[in-house]
Design a protein around this ligand. Structure first.
Ligand code: NAP
Length: 246
């Protein structure tokens, strides 16, 4: 039980990679805050975990709304008196070529993927600084490193998240808080399940390890960055992509 009774906030954790991360922490003894905008799914995921005897509590919360997030953080602190780990995972895509991209689609992606981590990190920082202990893990993407045609908005946010991570790592290091990012490659999710066989084959040719990644691969990196073994690592981006970005 590597994280027994530690309080972990995972945003966007009602499904996908976030759910796997939340589950992995809960299986290691943590109390996990399942945070998402989708009320039904957030409740269902929390129930799924608690039915297995894991510790989880659901919070329907929009990560872009500072007031909502601050209220949630206050509730968590009132009840558990601590927040040990924040995983900024919530993210969206609204892909289009730049010439066709609407302002709304640009703004929506910037809002969730970049403002979200800013808002959530700001909301937990005071408690972590007081405790002189904390781990912040931001889920970026290799698209933020390599860029991708049709994803200018998404790539800009994920590159931004990497810069944000380095800056908070510098700001918070003296208070015993580390901040790192994970840049996943192509992960098996409902999104990538929709790819045609031809696109999937082309993709696999670009991945030295020859398979798509799994949400478990990302969760494993997350647990490592939150662990004691990673206590001297900060400001870094761990790429989990089967070697695609080498
Ligand atoms: P996903 O299945 O779409 O899950 C993301 C979750 O975040 C959804 O439940 C979504 O809810 C929620 N969310 C969206 N906006 C939110 C908001 N404002 N406040 C709170 N929650 C919100 O995505 P995923 O594939 O697991 O991706 C998770 C993270 O990994 C993202 O940051 C993504 O960019 C990154 N990533 C994914 C891949 C991949 O291959 N899948 C690769 C690299 C990086 P709704 O759907 O109801 O809006």
């Amino acid at each position: 039980m590597r994280f027994k009774d530690e309080v972990v906030m995972v945003t966007g954790s009602s499904r996908g990679i976030g759910k796997e991360i939340a589950q992995a922490f809960a299986e290691e003894g943590a109390i996990v805050a399942i945070i998402d905008v989708n009320a039904e799914l957030t409740e269902a995921t929390t129930q799924e975990l608690t039915a297995r005897g894991l510790k989880a509590e659901n919070f329907v919360c929009d990560v872009t709304n500072l007031k909502n997030v601050e209220e949630m953080v206050t509730k968590i602190l009132d009840k558990y008196k601590r927040i040990d780990i924040l995983v900024n995972n919530a993210g969206i895509t609204k892909d289009n070529l730049l010439l066709r991209m609407s302002e709304n689609d640009w703004d929506a992606v910037i809002n969730v993927n970049l403002r979200g981590p800013f808002v959530c990190t700001k909301a937990v920082t005071k408690a972590m600084m007081k405790a002189r202990k904390g781990r912040i893990i931001n889920i970026a993407s290799i698209i933020g490193i390599r860029g991708n045609a049709g994803q200018t908005n998404y790539a800009a946010t994920k590159a931004g998240v990497i810069g944000f991570t380095k800056s908070i790592a510098r700001e918070l290091a003296s208070r015993g808080i580390t901040a790192n990012a994970i840049a996943p490659g192509y992960i098996q999710t409902p999104m990538t399940a929709k790819l045609s066989d031809a696109v999937r084959e082309d993709l696999l040719k670009m991945i030295p390890l020859g398979t798509l990644g799994t949400a478990k691969d990302v969760a494993g990196a997350c647990l490592f960055l939150a662990s004691k073994e990673a206590s001297y690592i900060t400001g870094q981006t761990i790429v989990v992509d089967g070697g695609m970005a080498i």
